[in-house]
Ligand binder design. Structure first.
Ligand code: HEC
Length: 108
């Protein structure tokens, strides 16, 4: 009986550790900012004619929030030939910075 409890405790501990690890992976930043993520991830297609240059269109102040959200969701969901990028590939904070940078025309 005692032995069984011990293995259940170990299993619980192991799954808690794994859960903690996967959480920290999801919030880890892989790029220092949106510009770096653009250069390392998006430019591969969007600066070579594979993806459209429309992502560099600068929006006016009244539409920036809408466009930022639109880019954010497009990257998370993918669009036809464009693959989706998960949180483990580009974290939320970096993707928000990247989306806003594209919408305001500050990403080169
Ligand atoms: C593997 C190539 C590829 C990569 C990498 C890629 N895209 Fe795309 N993207 C495409 C293609 C192709 C389309 C056009 C899809 C269509 O309309 O059928 C597209 C379309 C888009 C659109 C919709 C067009 C628009 O102006 O609203 C957005 C936004 C976008 N990409 C943002 C990004 C961002 C931001 C990144 C980097 C995180 C990225 N893409 C990385 C290939 C790529």
């Amino acid at each position: 009986m005692q032995k069984q409890y011990k293995s259940i405790r170990l299993l619980t501990l192991a799954s808690l550790l794994l859960f903690g690890f996967s959480q920290s992976m999801a919030s880890e930043r892989y790029y220092k900012n949106g510009q770096e993520a653009y250069t390392k991830v998006c430019a591969y297609c969007h600066d070579t004619g594979v993806g459209p240059d429309s992502i560099k269109i600068k929006f006016d102040a009244a539409s920036v929030d809408f466009r930022t959200e639109n880019i954010f969701q497009t990257v998370r969901l993918g669009l036809n030939a464009m693959p989706a990028f998960r949180k483990t590939e580009i974290d939320d904070a970096t993707l928000r910075d990247l989306s806003r940078g594209l919408a305001t025309g500050t990403i080169k």
